[in-house]
Design a protein around this ligand. Structure first.
Ligand code: G3P
Length: 511
């Protein structure tokens, strides 16, 4: 009799958390998902309560384990747990009490535009936003954790006090989760962060995979407690309580890197695009970091055990699924997120409407904090169907801008793109994507690839799989391939309109 070896994955995303249980073939046995509260206290601010994040993880684990028992399996059949998480979101707590000192500032929050400006001009003005690019591969923008942390120290009295008293612990969401899941302040919880998450803080040297003293000095963080940087696949500690008590946590990756692993993009030149709250295209560049000349980010893709780290070029789009939620919650154009596809299918095009969904500025490759959401081309003829379709097109056009930058940086054009994430469920959106990119778009049948990546990292550390070669049979069943159905002329005409619309969104924050 073969012993069942299941792997659990905590997928802690921006708007929801899930716990997914896979078997050795990457087949999804069961899962539980829940949304948690987003706090928008001021325009441009996005916050989470760190305790809500923890509670959502506990709830998802308990519900999924119950569902597993209904399938006839015990929690002990789960060999190990991997974690994947929203990246860049900054959490701070008192190192002595373990209590958060203020709400977590979420990656998409852009309150730090002024902090960024100050930092970009503080020392060597010629470097501007690229001051730390050679060290961490990232430009100075509101996106990354260190800038958020600086804001907290300067504006939140409790954070400032803890900092001055050498009690300020900073962590990304992975650190917060692993620390608390392994026992927290009372029971010697483990303080670690994996290389992929650390590579999004602006504080890690992507060449050495260690905290960079230069970067720390740049931000002026002399008294900060930082977690130990560890590989993405390694045993970090055991779960302290609950139904998974004593089960090891042995994998951890930021969610976009996790999707790259889950899509098995292990070779140089392979790329994936995940359409979640935002949209993130990652391109595997191998074991050497490639510094972008075209507005992309250089990031650690994964490090499996003591193997060499692998790197990726990343193009990040701040708004994807969140624009669909906005149509649902703020405009009431749709009742449920999935209705956007039905609505978009009712029209053959947007009738000239473009929607630049720059709610919090534009990320790659534009990097414009001053851009704001802009709808162009409205006429008396425009219907909600056109707006819905223009919302889907917005993410596809931004993906094209990123793909063009990647092709330039990598020197050879990408021929196909693997896709996943909630919005990739939309056939109409994926068809538009293939039309706009003019390359094949491959969508797997089992699309929980972000969670699968964390499960793979955890399973590799525990010997569930011996190496990545062992993963050949994982998640191979069924895929849909989308190919362009429009002419080059039409494609270029559509994209030209988008570029014009983007120009009109610039500077609007300052008007
Ligand atoms: O960098 C932000 C990213 O990690 C968030 O991912 O899936 O929550 O949009 P998602």
């Amino acid at each position: 009799m073969t012993v069942q070896q299941f792997i659990g994955a905590i997928d802690q995303g921006t708007t929801s958390t899930r716990f997914v249980i896979f078997d050795q073939d990457g087949k999804l046995l069961t899962y539980h998902q829940m949304e948690f509260e987003q706090h928008y206290r001021h325009p441009g601010w996005v916050e989470h309560d760190p305790y809500d994040i923890l509670a959502s993880v506990d709830t998802c684990i308990e519900h999924a384990v119950r569902k597993l028992s209904l399938l006839g399996y015990e929690a002990s059949s789960i060999q190990c747990v991997g974690i994947t998480n929203q990246r860049e979101t900054a959490v701070v707590w008192d190192s002595q009490t373990g209590q958060p000192l203020c709400p977590a500032i979420v990656w998409s929050d852009n309150r730090t535009a002024h902090t960024v400006q100050e930092l970009a001009t503080q020392k060597d003005k010629t470097q501007g936003i690229n001051a730390l690019l050679p060290i961490c591969g990232l430009p100075l923008t509101t996106y990354f954790s260190a800038v958020k942390l600086k804001w907290m120290i300067e504006h939140e009295p409790a954070v400032k006090e803890a900092y001055e008293n050498n009690r300020l612990q900073f962590g990304t969401v992975d650190t917060w989760l692993i620390y608390n899941l392994t026992g927290g302040v009372k029971n010697d919880g483990v303080l670690v962060t994996d290389v992929t998450n650390a590579s999004r803080t602006m504080l890690m040297d992507i060449h050495t995979l260690e905290w960079s003293q230069k970067a720390i000095d740049f931000f002026g963080f002399s008294k900060l407690h930082l977690a130990k940087i560890v590989p993405s696949s390694s045993v970090y500690g055991k779960i302290y309580s609950g139904s998974l008590q004593n089960i090891p946590i042995s994998g951890c990756l930021g969610d976009q890197q996790s999707a790259l692993v889950g899509q098995k993009c292990f070779h140089v030149g392979e790329a994936k695009n995940t359409y979640g709250t935002g949209c993130f295209m990652l391109f595997n560049t191998g074991d050497k970091p490639v510094i972008s000349k075209n507005g992309l980010l250089t990031t650690v893709a994964y490090q499996l055990g003591n193997d060499k780290p692998m790197y990726a070029l990343e193009g990040s789009v701040a708004v994807a699924g969140s624009s669909i939620q906005w149509l649902r919650d703020n405009l009431g154009i749709i009742n449920e997120s999935k209705d956007i596809s039905t609505l978009s299918e009712k029209v053959k095009d947007t009738a000239g409407v473009y929607f630049v969904t720059a709610f919090s500025g534009l990320f790659a490759p534009y990097w414009r904090d001053d851009a704001r959401g802009t709808i162009c081309g409205l006429t008396q003829y425009t219907k909600r169907e056109h707006i819905a379709r223009a919302t889907l097109e917005a993410v596809c056009y931004q993906s094209r801008a990123i793909l063009e930058a990647m092709n330039k940086d990598a020197g050879h054009p990408l021929k196909s793109l693997k896709v996943d994430g909630g919005v990739s469920n939309s056939d109409v959106c994926m068809q538009i994507q293939a039309d706009v990119l003019n390359i094949q778009v491959h969508r797997p049948q089992m699309r929980e690839t972000t969670a699968l990546g964390a499960a793979i990292a955890a399973g590799l550390a525990m010997g569930v799989w011996k190496s990545v070669e062992d993963l050949q049979g994982v998640n191979t069943e069924g895929k849909t391939v989308f190919e362009s159905k429009i002419t080059d002329e039409k494609r270029e005409q559509m994209y030209h309109g988008w570029k014009e619309a983007v120009k009109r969104s610039f500077g609007w924050a300052d008007v």
